[in-house]
Ligand binder design. Sequence first.
Ligand SMILES: [Mg+2]
Ligand SMILES: [Zn+2]
Length: 188
Amino acid sequence: MRRRKNHAVFLDRDGVIIEDVHYLRHSDQLKIIPGAASAIKKLRKAGLKIVVVSNQSAVARGFITRGALEAVHRRLKSKLRAQGGAWDAIYYCPHHPQAGRRVKCDCRKPGIGMLRAAARKFKLDLEQSYLIGDTTTDMRTARNAGCKGVLVKTGKSGRDGTYKANPDATCRNLAQAASWVIKKDKMF
Ligand SMILES: [Mg+2]
Ligand SMILES: [Zn+2]
């Protein structure tokens, strides 16, 4: 029997899990959006892999070091875990095409390098995975990867105007998005 590939929920970090702070540098600035941890818990219980994918050009811009950023992520993960909702993996893109070493990478969203790396690691079926984000860049990333895109009205609420967003669903917040995803995933 062929084993079913895993389904994942890719989550943007800023404006989805935590309040969007302009270039967050320190874990003191971490504010989990109400309901986010329990939403992650529900998604995991439904058998989905949770993978955070975040553009962190603050590194290229010299606002934060990789070490400090990873310390912020450890702190965030332990806060979420305390509420029952930690992720399986987190990926971040430290690059920016016009800042620092001006790296043109394929990990910066809407590139799908981070999603591809997770797909290899967790044997994911990207076509049956989801990306929940607060920007049109996230929605473009979902399209590029062949995932379903869910736009949330927290953070930038899709008002960044970078791309034409075509979300598969629009939800109030991560909690509502999680319910949508779980319902949809049962139909596969
Ligand atoms: Mg965001
Ligand atoms: Zn990158």
